[in-house]
Design a binder for this molecule. Sequence first.
Ligand SMILES: Nc1nc2c(ncn2[C@@H]2O[C@H](COP(=O)(O)OP(=O)(O)O)[C@@H](O)[C@H]2O)c(=O)[nH]1
Ligand SMILES: [Mg+2]
Length: 440
Amino acid sequence: MFDSLSSKLNTILSRLRGKGKLSEADVDSALREIRLALLEADVNYKVAKELIASVHDRAIGSEVLESLTPGQQVVKIIRDELTALMGKERIGLLLANKPAVIMLVGLQGCGKTTTAAKLALTLKKEGKKSVLVAADVYRPAAVEQLRKLGEEIDLPVFEQGSSPAQIVTGARDWAEENLCDVVIIDTAGRLQIDQSMMNELVQLKDATSPDEILLVADAMTGQEAVNIASSFHEKLSLSGVVLTKLDGDARGGAALSIRAVTGCPIKFVGVGEKLPEIEAFHPKRMAERILGMGDMLSLIEQAEGAIDQKKAEEIANRIRKDRFTLQDFHDQLQEMRKMGPISQILEKLPGGGRLRESTNVDEQELDRALAILRSMTLEERLDPSIIGGSRKKRIARGSGARVRDVNSILSRFKEAKRAIKFMGTGRGKSRFPPEFLQQR
Ligand SMILES: Nc1nc2c(ncn2[C@@H]2O[C@H](COP(=O)(O)OP(=O)(O)O)[C@@H](O)[C@H]2O)c(=O)[nH]1
Ligand SMILES: [Mg+2]
């Protein structure tokens, strides 16, 4: 989804994140690139401009630039502003009436009929029974298509009546008698917006007072989808948008601009031709997806909350100078344990599910290691070479471990240190090497 935009943003942002210090000029040049990437993704130029301006305002403060993680802070600001652009919180369907009426409108080929069935299936999973209404009477194939989809999900399709207005009122009565929770109206579209289509839709709206009037729009059409949304909204006062075909090579412009330009929230997105391929739209999740970071940002937040930045910096400095000691090891392990269960941390990393399976982290093992390190004196932690047999025994006793365990910590520390040396030291923020976690 939005691959090109995503990979461009990712490149720009990882460059930002990789820098230890950021100047205003760094931020500005990144923002210029981001603006270009947004425009290339067909984001409305005004929307892009305003987004960049608000990121700029928030990012160019001493609080951000002089923090220990300026790059990450800027990424967070961008995530927040993208989220705000798409409406901040998710707005789901508001179905107050019984039966509730959902009317789908849009141009021909945008995915109305498919979306009608997708929504019916989604509601069915929530225990709500829908009837699909074939109000697109101009193309016999359209009725047939809906009938087939209804069969596929085992839900009724209502098609009796000689005009669209008659069909929809008949359908609502039928739904009431047959205890359906939701009436989903599939209306006729045209290739372009025209007066007679709008008139008919207004008529259907008046006849059914829908709980939801959703515009179905093809995300591949970019700004055109935004213009279409504006026209429909003006005439029908839409309650929301379903953006379809996000699985194709839609560039992201429609998703990012439609809410900001029209004020209509995106409620669902279509991500494939098959009926289960519809997703609830969450602005924040979408922003993170566009930034290509899984739940990376919440992980950053978690880490920032837990880790004492100054201490992390000190440790990083010592690693750089190859003076990484068991004391640092101890501190880092302790900071890390504050973040919560390792499995949860791994889950939040991109590809985290796989990572968690392949990384055999034993939480108890970590706690045991921490206990052993705590039983050492500061002197021992700073210079492990002084730890001989009797000291090992004392440490083991103090931590409820065996001498074997103490030995294992010491030898892993040696390996880790070697690994650090081997990895080179350019990075400001090396965490301790994953080898330590993986071994038993
Ligand atoms: N890839 C993809 N195709 C979709 C999606 N939604 C609809 N389509 C396809 O778009 C075409 C038009 O859909 P249809 O529901 O008939 O549009 P309508 O004319 O607005 O009723 C069909 O081939 C659908 O399978 C989607 O989210 N992703
Ligand atoms: Mg149709």
